[in-house]
Design a protein. Structure first.
Length: 427
């Protein structure tokens, strides 16, 4: 048995050493729109791998501030030929602000688009959803879930095809004090409201990030505690909140790690030899320093975590790495890409790396963009100051052939536009 383990480990090591990252076929998604576009969220139709959907923010008046945002709305791009050509649809009817776009699509053809939205005839910023029951061909404004939300995301229950929206939400505790907690909103497979639940972490304000679900059906929601009694915490603990009934109720949170900056990004492997391994990125540096990332993983649903491993420093030192996004393909290859300023202190590039051995080792990171771009252009206006790296998140999806499709925003043409590229991991 010992020799078998050694042989398998050697085989994985050789494959990892011989693998290469090959980027191909860069395409401009947002051609024809002459306003800054940021924060793309990207999904692929499970019934048609040629059908890509990308939701993003378009700032129609980059310098006109509205609730600390420029005048904006959500735009949806769709491609039916695997990203070669795109069509745009604007969700701008009676809308003066759009932010935090998120998409989810189930096997039944129901698509949910959620976003923070300010309507022209109302004051607060609401969490709103738009629903399509025909794979994105037609849309209806469906529901308004009130104000006080932030950084919402969605996850699909693969067994029931139901959706869950998870957001940070201002709530009242049992003594009527305002706290930032969690709200989980369950939608049916057709997108109709079913129920909601809430969670508070004592006197610590928390902010959510993207949840994952194990193959056994356990929901895991990461969040960071960042504020207490209106004071920023120097040490920001990161937690994982478990639920075994898709967010109806929650178990006690699990401590992941402590950090000083950044949000927690996690993904889960549900198909390969590393099944149910959860990967997490820890941001490094003091508050707003963006010094890079360390990777951790857990094989027991967040009860314990591996040692931390620094990533993205093998081909050159970088003191500014931000907005990392991860995905795992069917073979268990973990892909990570991020914004990087190693080539210029004020200009962004996209870098990419991958691990073929469960996060033990990583391929040398490569530069994806050919031109370093500055976000603070005149055409970007306030948008370039607010989103120095094209938004708080970007898009990445694994394909059935083992490659990855990435989507990001850069301002090589003077203002933020969306681009996509296919990345192959080859022997």
């Amino acid at each position: 048995m010992r020799y078998l383990i050694i042989a398998l480990s050697l085989q994985i090591f050789i494959f990892s050493c011989n693998a290469q990252i090959r980027p191909e076929n860069e395409v401009l998604i947002s051609e024809g729109i002459n306003f800054p576009i940021t924060e793309p969220h990207f999904v692929i139709n499970p019934n048609n791998e040629q059908h890509y959907l990308v939701a993003a923010i378009v700032a129609t008046e980059p310098e006109v501030l509205d609730s600390n945002f420029p005048a904006s709305h959500i735009v949806l791009f769709q491609s039916y030929d695997a990203g070669l050509t795109w069509v745009a649809e604007h969700f701008d009817d009676n809308v003066s602000l759009g932010a935090d776009p998120w998409l989810a699509l189930n096997d039944m053809g129901t698509v949910i688009l959620s976003a923070l939205t300010k309507f022209k005839d109302k004051k607060p910023v609401y969490l709103a959803t738009y629903t399509s029951t025909d794979e994105g061909k037609t849309w209806e404004y469906s529901q308004n879930f009130g104000f006080g939300h932030d950084r919402q995301s969605m996850i699909l229950n693969p067994k029931t095809q139901e959706f869950l929206i998870v957001s940070s939400k201002y709530l009242q505790d049992d003594r009527n004090r305002r706290r930032s907690g969690l709200m989980a909103i369950q939608l049916s497979s057709k997108g109709t409201f079913m129920r909601s639940s809430t969670y508070l972490h004592g006197n610590v304000d928390i902010q959510m990030n993207m949840p994952v679900m194990t193959t056994e059906g356990e929901l895991l929601i990461p969040y960071i505690g960042y504020l207490s009694n209106n004071k920023m915490l120097k040490q920001k603990n990161t937690w994982l909140l478990p639920s075994d009934n898709f967010g109806k109720t929650f178990h006690d949170p699990l401590l992941m790690f402590n950090a000083t900056t950044g949000h927690t990004n996690i993904v889960i492997d549900t198909t390969s030899n590393f099944k149910n391994r959860i990967y997490s990125l820890k941001a490094l540096g003091a508050f707003r320093e963006f010094k890079g990332f360390e990777l951790l993983y857990s094989d027991n649903a967040g009860e314990s975590w591996s040692d931390q491993k620094r990533i993205g420093q093998s081909t050159g030192k970088s003191d500014y790495m931000r907005n990392a996004n991860m995905a795992v393909n069917k073979d268990g290859t973990l892909a990570i890409f991020w914004y990087d300023r190693r080539n210029h202190p004020d200009k962004n590039d996209i870098y990419f790396t991958a691990s073929t051995d469960g996060g033990i080792t990583f391929l040398p990171e490569i530069r994806i963009t050919k031109v370093s771009t500055i976000p603070t252009t005149d055409a970007n206006g306030w948008t370039g100051k607010r989103w120095a790296v094209g938004g708080d998140y970007s898009g990445i999806q694994p394909l059935s052939n083992g490659s990855f499709q990435i989507v990001w925003a850069d301002s090589r043409n003077g203002f933020y536009q969306l681009f996509t590229k296919n990345i192959k991991i080859e022997k």
